[in-house]
Design a protein around this ligand. Structure first.
Ligand SMILES: [Zn+2]
Length: 170
């Protein structure tokens, strides 16, 4: 996971290693810039994936802070700090014409749930899903498998809706 070299500048004052924030939705786009200005003239802000997730939960899904914190598996005060940092960076970018790079951070993907034809259910992390396709039940080896949405399934807002956990049968 890349560490954003700019993150220190924006108030990431955390001396101790931080717990992974759980994220259920990956952005389909990872860079925004003002139109008409060449990249070399632009400053950029770096938005870690978990900061974007905090805005998604709070402002797009309209959850309250307690629910957001639970979804991301962090304390309410940590959530508040993550959200505040995200909003500040985005506002700064919009007002001062900076590009926004979305990458890195300290997070883990919410897990995907699977169930075979015989009713065995298990969870697979998105990281594992990316490495190998899920093709048989770990208990009975059946290959008839249904993928269930993750608990924190992304609702797929936006025109692209390119999110993990999108489009599975409920
Ligand atoms: Zn099975």
């Amino acid at each position: 996971m890349g560490i954003c070299p700019l993150s220190r500048r924006f108030g990431n004052r955390m001396p101790r290693p931080t717990k992974c924030r759980r994220v259920a939705c990956m952005p389909g786009v990872n860079y925004y810039k003002p139109a008409g200005i060449p990249l070399r003239f632009l400053d950029e802000v770096c938005l870690p994936i978990e900061e974007l997730e905090s805005i998604r939960l709070k402002d797009l899904e309209d959850l309250d802070q307690e629910q957001c914190a639970q979804r991301m598996n962090i304390s309410r005060s940590t959530f508040q700090r993550v959200l505040g940092s995200a909003r500040k960076k985005i506002t700064e970018a919009l007002l001062t014409g900076k590009a926004i790079r979305i990458e890195g951070g300290n997070f883990e993907m919410a897990s995907l749930r699977c169930r075979c034809e015989n009713g065995h259910a298990w969870a697979v992390s998105f990281d594992e899903t990316a490495k190998k396709s899920i093709n048989s039940c770990p208990v009975c080896q059946s290959s008839v498998i249904q993928q269930l949405p993750p608990v924190e399934a992304c609702q797929g807002h936006g025109r692209r809706g390119r999110c993990h956990g999108h489009g599975f049968d409920r």
